[in-house]
Design a protein around this ligand. Structure first.
Ligand code: PBG
Length: 324
């Protein structure tokens, strides 16, 4: 007689038949870098997460290296914003300089440095593209995104991750990278990025909330799973090497469908609002943080994600060490 419980009777058997594992090598840790000096500025809604100036970044990078995390995703907070987001593609912009710093320090230079490509942190209106008459322009934005990606590659980034959701941006970025000799720099595209309230804490952290309206004319409608597959298909056709699903916990079906339909590595982006909810509940003692976070991470793997981008990465790395 079939008895499913036979394989659950002791931890050795359970370990042996476990289908999915969270691995440190697959974790990507987001870091906010801010223009200025001696800054280590807490993000209120994200306990444990800080904005660092480059001269203060070492404390965080030391923790990253010590934890055995191999990859970081950089977001920049510039001192000045303007209509055209020029800080994003400034050769000496905050992210460009942070990349140079990481790559020039032997302790950190082996980290895989991924740079988020978007204009919203750099525009005075807070939108991810150029704005004219209240419209977010698509084609006019593409050269700026391409220029941003190339400047990150020039600074030494190992990978670029466009998060703007303009149509055809992967193609524009691929072409510009190739023309500038960066044929081996991969593009990790935020392919299925939904217009989500789960980005709230990030926008507080980066000061990037849209000054008017919302992002619904470029980010996806949370109701549309099938459309997400078209976005993925487009990005792969345009040259994406890896794809991102974002947010994650309310979108597990999207991750699963992506993994079933396409043979390309998928990153689950466990976003700021998801992190904030877990941290807030844990701080109140309502949930067991470690168990909840590991269950969430395992869920991403089961859904079909390969990599996990998460603010919990340092904690997860520590908990994985405890298990050995
Ligand atoms: C920039 C960008 C955002 C996030 C990643 N890249 C914010 C947004 O689209 O408003 C959100 C990440 C998070 O919430 O952790 N476009």
């Amino acid at each position: 007689m079939d008895r499913m419980r036979r394989l659950r009777m002791n931890p050795i058997i359970r370990d042996m038949v476990r289908e999915n594992h969270v691995r440190k090598e697959e974790l990507i840790y987001p870091i906010f870098v801010m223009e200025g000096e001696k800054i280590c500025n807490p993000v209120e809604s994200m306990p444990g997460i800080y904005r660092y100036s480059i001269d203060s970044m070492s404390q965080e990078l030391d923790r990253v290296v010590e934890a055995g995390i191999k990859a970081v995703l950089l977001f920049g907070i510039p001192a000045h914003k303007d209509e055209i987001g020029s800080g994003a593609y400034d050769e000496h912009g905050i992210v460009q300089e942070a990349i140079r710093f990481i790559k020039s320090e032997p302790k950190y230079s082996r980290l895989l440095v991924i740079a988020d490509v978007c204009l919203c942190e750099y525009t005075s209106h807070g939108h991810c593209g150029l704005v004219k008459d209240g419209m977010i322009l698509n084609d006019e934005t593409l050269p700026l995104l391409a220029k941003t990606a190339v400047s990150y590659a020039k600074a030494g980034a190992d990978m670029v991750a466009p998060s703007d959701m303009m149509d055809k941006r992967v193609r524009a970025i691929r072409k510009a990278l190739d023309e500038n000799g960066f044929v081996n720099i991969p593009i990790m595209a935020y392919s299925a990025k939904f217009a989500s309230a789960f980005y709230g804490p990030f926008r507080e952290a980066a000061g990037s909330a849209p000054g008017f309206g919302d992002r619904k004319t470029y980010q996806m409608d949370p109701a549309n799973g099938r459309e997400a597959m078209r976005e993925v298909e487009e990005d792969i056709t345009e040259g994406a090497d890896l794809i991102i699903a974002k947010p994650t916990m309310a979108y597990m079906d999207v991750i699963r469908e992506m993994a079933t339909a396409y043979n390309i590595p998928i990153a689950a982006y466990n976003v700021s609002g998801e992190y904030a909810m877990v941290k807030a509940a844990a701080a109140k003692g309502f949930i067991d943080e470690k168990k909840i976070v590991m269950e969430i991470m395992t869920g991403f793997k089961r859904a079909g994600a390969k990599m996990i981008i998460t603010y919990h990465a340092l904690d997860v790395a520590g908990w994985l060490d405890e298990q050995v």
